[in-house]
Design a protein around this ligand. Structure first.
Ligand SMILES: [Cu+2]
Length: 208
């Protein structure tokens, strides 16, 4: 199942340093590759617009999300077909994991993020539950603004039905994650989450 990740982009070391007044340059500690995920929500399948581990723009439907344990990701997704959709991450038993920090995403920020080249590293500025901007180049900016706010984590996002509507969620990858899914269309809008080592992560977090 990892066959099409051959061109995985590890830490494209940007030569540029410090163009922006980075708030938090140190967050870029371990092999930060891609932390922004952009999907399209469509009844037939999730569309992969920007997916970690997928270097090409030919991302398959319901793409596997290759994540690093312990890394925080920010997902943006847009309602493509005007049908009701939402987003959840489940464990192998089909339980919704309460790991999602919902984020509001202005449509212009979404367009900017999705308009960047798939090979270009971007990061999102997140503040107070809002995605406030996009930074390009991976050595600057304040990444995704740190960890999800733990007091606001939910197991699923609200259903959005309006075509073009955008929703965001931030989460830290854990080993128990198995699939991501739209709970309205669990048979067609479901894809795998594949966790990779994450040796910079939390160590043995394997309780219960
Ligand atoms: Cu759906």
């Amino acid at each position: 199942m990892t066959e099409n990740t051959s061109r995985r982009r590890f830490l494209k070391v940007a030569a540029a340093t410090g163009a922006l007044a980075g708030l938090n340059a140190t967050v870029l500690a371990q092999g930060q590759d891609e932390t922004v995920i952009v999907l399209g929500g469509k009844t037939s399948a999730w569309q992969g617009y920007r997916v970690p581990g997928e270097a090409t723009e030919e991302v398959p439907d319901n793409p596997t999300l290759n994540l690093q344990t312990g890394t925080t990701y920010t997902l943006l997704w847009q309602n493509v077909d005007g049908q009701p959709h939402n987003f959840a991450i489940q464990d192998s038993q089909g339980n919704n994991l309460e790991v999602l920090e919902p984020l509001s995403v202005p449509s212009d920020v979404y367009e900017e993020a999705n308009g960047t080249d798939a090979g270009e590293s971007i990061s999102l500025n997140v503040s107070g539950g809002n995605v406030t901007g996009v930074s390009t180049g991976n050595m600057t900016g304040n990444m995704t603004g740190g960890e999800p706010a733990s007091d606001s984590l939910v197991g699923k996002t609200e259903i959005i039905s309006e075509q073009g509507a955008v929703q965001g969620a931030r989460f830290t990858a854990t080993e128990e994650m198995a699939t991501y899914i739209c709970l309205v269309h669990p048979n067609t809008m479901v894809g795998e989450v594949a966790l990779e080592g994450g040796d910079g992560g939390m160590g043995n977090n394997s309780s219960s």
